[in-house]
Each structure stands twice: as structure tokens, then as C-alpha cells.
Design a protein around this ligand. Sequence first.
Ligand code: NAP
Length: 604
Amino acid sequence: MHDAGHNPHAGLPFTDDDATIAAVLEDVSIPALMCSLVHMTGDPSWIRGDIRPQGAALNEYQGFMSEEMKAEARRRALPAIARYRDNGCVLPPPPPPEVLHEMMSYLACAPVEDDVVPMFLEDLHLDGSDAGAVTWRDEIPAEVRADAHVVVIGCGEAGLLAGIRLQQAGLPFTIVEKNPGPGGTWWENRYPGARVDVGSHFYCYSFEPADHWTEYFSQHPELREYFVRVMKKYGIDAHTRFNTEVTAATFHEDTGRWTVEVRTADGATDTIDARFVISAVGSLNQPKLPDIPGMEDFAGPSFHSARWDTSVDYRGTRFALIGAGASGFQIAPTIADDVAQLTVFQRTAQWMFPNPNYHRPVPDGERWAIRHLPFYGRWFRFLTFYPGAGLNIERSRVDPEFDDGSGVAISESNLATRQLFEGWIRSQVGDDPELLAKVLPDYPATAKRTLQDNGSWLTCLKKPHVELVRTGIERIVADGVVTVDGTHYPADIICYATGFRHNDYLWPMHIVGRGGRVLREQWGEEPTAYLGITVPNFPNLFCLYGPGTNLAHGGSLIFQSECQVNYVMGALRETLASGNRTVEVRPEVHDEYAERYQSEISQM
Ligand code: NAP
């Protein structure tokens, strides 16, 4: 028998009765359950029989199984789980690698290619170890480590992660964070309805999974609490200077070190010496306000969505929401019932994706299963991960041969996606051609990040006191918004949900590299970095979530950060072990990557 006591994913032993387990089975993902049963029984026949998912898709946790198939699965699973319980929850030896691969293909409903299996295994941690954990600290002499102070800019998900790995590496480090707490965008964005649009069981560190999420797509307080908890667990707060902003960083060629300039909230300035600098500032940290004439004339409260003013009571007011991207799309349905009048100014219509789980609470049975059923939570994570792992990217690629005459589809599969999205929108709009014309995008599906929707957006827009305005805004006046056709929309409050300066990477910091080069000048209008991480002329500087790493069609930024931090830690190790002073991408390697990137993106 296998002692799984050390493996945090093997599940906590349980003694619950059959009725409790039967109730749990009503709440779980049957495909993930089948994989858990393989672990529980040591028998791969669970995934080789007639109970199989019929398709894999984002946010489809049941693999499109019929009710009859799910019922049959529950009927077979109950006695097997009861036996496992009665035997003291002792696991048989773990499934061999080929069975794990088979389980992936079972959940994916297609053969998972050999070359991506290690990536998924690394994320799943089925052997209980953290694949990204840094284990090399003792290979580097203590005095070398002591001299390698690292400054991390930002304590969002990526900076916190970098801190955890630097701590494991035994390197001295300081995280500089402009906010009073961790979580970055999740610390800042507190507008009503702010929630993640990547499944929470995947939108968390692979080594810090959580059975506690109360919703499949968590809201901001729960995410903030998660990052605070992880920070405290790893003692990263002791290394973090909160309420402090990096204003500049300068590389010194003579010493191979950086001087980082910081400013605290009270205006005091300081410098920090660093051998390495890791920028983890993200790309959604600098709100972008529009440039509309008269904004300063508005008499009531106005704020950017990322600076939501919680002291303002919006109940019963006439509320103008300018911008309907990912943030506006969440704000409008959340506040609609509380305001007297809601006017949404939308420049570009959004494609939305039907996702019935978007606002769904995680049922108790699901949470019980994650806590107790061996590796259930891991396979549930795979179900959330796999469909976003490049599976749908071909739907966003231009087929030069394709032309259906519509001008709004770029390939056969893109057309099919459009039809799916369009069908979803039409099914909700009903017989209202005026509204349909406003909400149906006129560009190809997936050309912009598609929004998750459970119907709340169009339900909101159809309310009698809610108006969607597509006419351009001419100016803001003291008591409202005037559009270019001269219509005056009265408003007591304005929220600008107008996005972020996400192309101004590292803005407004002044970063000076080799030979006095200023990063912003080198980048100009088109920031580039090798793998989005390293930039020629800027030795010992690494970007997390840097240029060209935004996600458009799926995936989780936290997974990306884990990959990027693994890369950075590898580079630090090589530099320190080799005795070199600096590490830097060679220009030709960077340029070749930038070209490859442009050539890919130009087909999207
Ligand atoms: P966004 O997606 O960039 O949307 C900004 C919106 O403001 C766009 O619709 C834009 O219209 C509009 N806009 C800008 N200037 C305007 C003007 N002068 N008049 C009228 N409309 C104007 O920004 P966001 O909604 O803050 O989201 C930014 C990113 O944050 C997203 O891409 C996503 O990655 C992330 N996010 C994620 C979540 C989540 O996880 N659920 C939630 C919120 C945000 P145009 O499209 O015409 O430019």
C-alpha cells in the first residue's frame, strides 16, 4: 500500500456515511471523479469504459455527459468510494505515467500530445511536490547569495510568486509595492461585481490550490484574501515595502548593479541597491482616463473603475458608465438594480461567451470532493486548464483562403465561433432589432478578449431604466454627458471604465540600462522583450507579464507567471553559479524572437 500521507493532493481521510457521499456525487464533475477513482482503486478501467466525456470545452465541467451517463457513474462510484473509506482511505500505488497520460486524454476527449504532458504534470503536482520550487540554494555559496540582492517591483500575483521563489533560493530580496497590501489589480479593483474570468481552481498558484473558493469565478474580496493568506504563509510581508513606489532604476556598468529609486506615500525618497531587478508591475496598474472635453466641469463624483470610490452612495442616482469592456461589463449588471437610471456609453460592442458557471457558487459537495477525494481537485484543475491551453487558438488565426463575403470571419472555425457567440446574443435579445444592432459586434469573434457571460449583461441592458448608448461622446457637462448628436444624458455620478495604459509597460518608471539607454525610448511605441521577459541593453532586469504576454484566447496569468518565474530563477542560478556578473539577452536572439512573434501575431 502507498503512504499518501505526505501528498497534500491525496485528500484528507473521511468517515462520512453513504448518504453524505451520495449527496456529494450530485455536485461533482463526473469526468474528474472518474480520474479520482483510478487513484482510489488503482484500476484504470474507470476511464476505459462506457462512461466518458463527450467533448472538452472551457467551463464545461461535465464533458457534455448526458444525465443518464452521470447517474450511472454516480451509481458505480458510490460503493467504490465507500470501500476506500472503509479501508481507512489508504491509497494503492499511484497510477504509472502512461495511465496519467491516458487520464489527460480521457478528460481532453482527444489524444494529449506527448510533448505537452510534462507541462501539465508540472502544473498538477500529482506526486505532491512543487515542481517550480527552487532547490538550488546550497549549490551557490552563501557569500555569493548574500551579495545578490534582488528588487522585485510590485507585489501582485507575479511579484508575490517571485518573492516565494527568491526566498526558497536563499537570496536577499525586497519587494516594493505601491499599494498598502498584496494582490495588485485585485487589491486595487474594488468596483461592484469585480470578479476573475478564469476559473478560480486554475487561477491560483499550482502549489497553493484552494478548496475554499465559494464561487467558480471568485469575486475580488476572496481573491484579495487569497493573496494576503499566501503572503503571510510564506512570510513575504517581512520583505515587502508597502505604500512605496519605484520611480526609477539605473544600471551601473562598472559594478553590474542597479540603483532603484523609491518614493513612499508621504513623499520621502530612498534608494535601494540591487544586483537583479524583477519587474512584476503587470499591465493593468495604470488606469487610463479618456480625454473628453469638460470632464473637469462635472459637478458630481466621478472616478475610474479601478479607483471606485466606495464612499459614494450610488443607490437611487442617475449613473453614467463610460466604457463597456471587461470592467464595465461587470459593473453594469451589478449596480443596475440599485440606481435610478443607468446609461452605458459603449464605443465598441463586445463578443461574449456563454458560461453558466460564471456567477455560480461552488456547491458544498464539490468542495468536499476537492478536500477528500484523492487528486479530484487536481483533475478538476486540469479540466479548467486544458481547454484554455492553446486549444482554441486556431479559431483566431486568419485563413488566407477563407472568404465567406461577410468580412467578419477569418476562417471556417472562426465563423463557427462567431455563430455560437451570435446565437447566444440573439437568443437573449429577442425581438429588438435596435438593441441587437447595438450589441452585435462588427469584427471577428475572438479578435479581442472574449467576455464571460451568464446572461447578466443583456438582462441588465433590457431593463427599462437602463440605456445603452453607442453614439460618440462630445463632452461632459456639469450635470451629465452630451453625445455628438446633441443628446444630453443627465448623470449624478460618472464612472470611467475605460481601461488601462497596457501598452506603456513599466510606465511611468524611468529605467536606464547599459550606456545610458532609457527603456521607454528604446521601446518607443512597440515594446518587445525576449519571451516577454528580457530586453537587450538591460542586464539583470527581468519582466514578468512583460510585452507580448497578454492572454487573448484563454489560459491563466498565474500559470504564465509560474513559467516566467521559473525562467528567471534559472537565469539567476546560471549567473550566480557561473561567476558572471550579469545576464542579458543577446540582441540577435531577441530580434529573432520579436520577428517570430510579429509574424505569428500578424496572422491573428
Ligand atoms: P478595456 O477592456 O480596455 O475596456 C475599456 C473600454 O472603454 C472599451 O470598451 C473602450 O472602448 C472604452 N473606452 C475607452 N475610451 C473611451 C471613450 N473615450 N469613450 C467611450 N468608451 C471608451 O478595459 P477594462 O474593462 O478595464 O479591462 C482591461 C483588462 O482587464 C481586460 O482586457 C482584462 O484583461 C482585464 N479584466 C479582467 C477582468 C476579469 O478577470 N473578469 C475584469 C476586468 C478587467 P473601445 O473598445 O472602443 O476602445
